[in-house]
Design a protein around this ligand. Structure first.
Ligand code: ADP
Ligand code: MG
Length: 323
């Protein structure tokens, strides 16, 4: 394993939560509706993701860990490529370069599962094993061969917090998936599948917060907006209950947050923030996402259209309440 590979891997993998993100996105791409996450020591010692998705055929197992060997590029054109969550085909290769991975997977057709271990980028042999249909990914000892990177990690509790935040974002984007998340054996989340976003919000943040939300639904040419915001009287003292999604992907975008704040201008006291769970649907050719492996920033071609749509969507939602 070359130093260059390890540096490249560090670009994708910043901390345990980055691994969790990639593994969860793969599980969702594989069509799983049941995903279990378990971490030990904030993910530093172990990250395990178990899914009931379509699994990986034995011949494809080694390929999945080779750089740029995404199965999602082969058949897809550019647009579909971005529509699935993964599109770089480098995540698993990067993760396997800087950790000890054990993958067990079984497709519906296969009579047994198959296991592959990769240790710091060195793949072993594919061997049969018994496992249910779906995939079990175990990532142990992240950054074991890049000790300097390991020293940049924060405390176990802080890293576990980042993992929980990552699970929260994906769980909000995919309420129809049942997520269970454990940290050092303790259940952090058990989120049953639901078709109702407010049920998922309630499971994550409590019924009280969920019951205070106002529905947002707004369509103008080029932008669709759906989700929930809080009444100004139910604002919070921090912006941590603001979850914005673009075409189903979590984004943290300054100008979108600014547009949100503008909609509440004059309605909130200083230091108060609205609660928001909003998904923007924007045509894929109008937006650049994921300009960098770990970044979640977006660039809109017609930014003013997006901001004014967000602004009027929220104003309209207020009109329907007794504001
Ligand atoms: P990408 O998701 O961008 O294609 P990854 O490196 O994340 O790249 O994954 C490589 C490939 O491994 C995927 O394209 C997919 O075919 C396969 N794969 C990874 N995780 C899973 C999973 N949980 N279930 C089924 N297939 C998977
Ligand atoms: Mg992926």
């Amino acid at each position: 394993p070359s130093v260059i590979n390890q540096i490249a891997a560090g670009e994708v993998v910043e901390r345990p939560a980055s691994v969790v993100k990639e593994l969860l996105e793969n599980a969702i791409d594989a069509g799983a509706d049941r995903i279990e996450i378990a971490v030990e020591r904030g993910g530093k010692d172990l990250i395990r993701v178990v899914d009931n998705g379509k699994g990986i055929a034995p011949d494809d197992l080694p390929l999945a860990f080779r750089p740029h060997a995404t199965s999602k590029l082969r058949e897809a054109d550019d647009l579909q490529r971005i529509a699935t969550l993964g599109f770089r085909g480098e995540a698993l290769a990067a993760i396997a370069e800087i950790s000890k991975v054990c993958c067990e997977s079984r497709t519906a057709e296969a009579e047994t599962g198959f296991r592959l271990r990769i240790d710091g980028g060195r793949a072993g042999a594919v061997e049969p094993c018994s496992c249910p249909v779906g995939t079990i990914m175990e990532v142990r000892h992240l950054f074991f061969n890049t000790p300097v990177r390991r020293t940049f990690l924060k405390s176990d509790a802080t890293e576990a917090g980042h993992v929980a935040e990552m699970v929260t974002r994906l769980a909000l984007a995919h309420p129809s998936v049942h997520f269970t998340s454990r940290s050092s054996g303790k259940v952090v989340f058990d989120l049953p599948a639901t078709t109702c976003l407010t049920d998922r919000i309630a499971a994550l943040f409590g019924r009280e917060l969920a019951d205070q939300l106002i529905g947002v639904e707004h369509d103008v040419p080029g932008v669709g907006l759906r989700g929930f915001v809080s009444h100004p009287s139910h604002s919070r003292s921090s912006s941590k209950f603001q979850y914005l999604f673009l075409n189903g992907r979590y984004v943290r975008d300054r100008s979108l947050q600014h547009a949100l704040a503008e909609a509440y201008r004059g309605l909130l006291m200083v230091g108060r923030y609205p609660v928001a769970f909003l998904n923007l649907e924007v045509p894929l050719d109008q937006v650049d996402v994921n300009v960098h492996p770990t970044k979640i920033e977006v660039r809109f071609r017609e930014a003013h259209l997006i901001y004014s749509a967000l602004y009027s969507a929220i104003k309209q939602a207020f009109l329907k309440t007794d504001l």
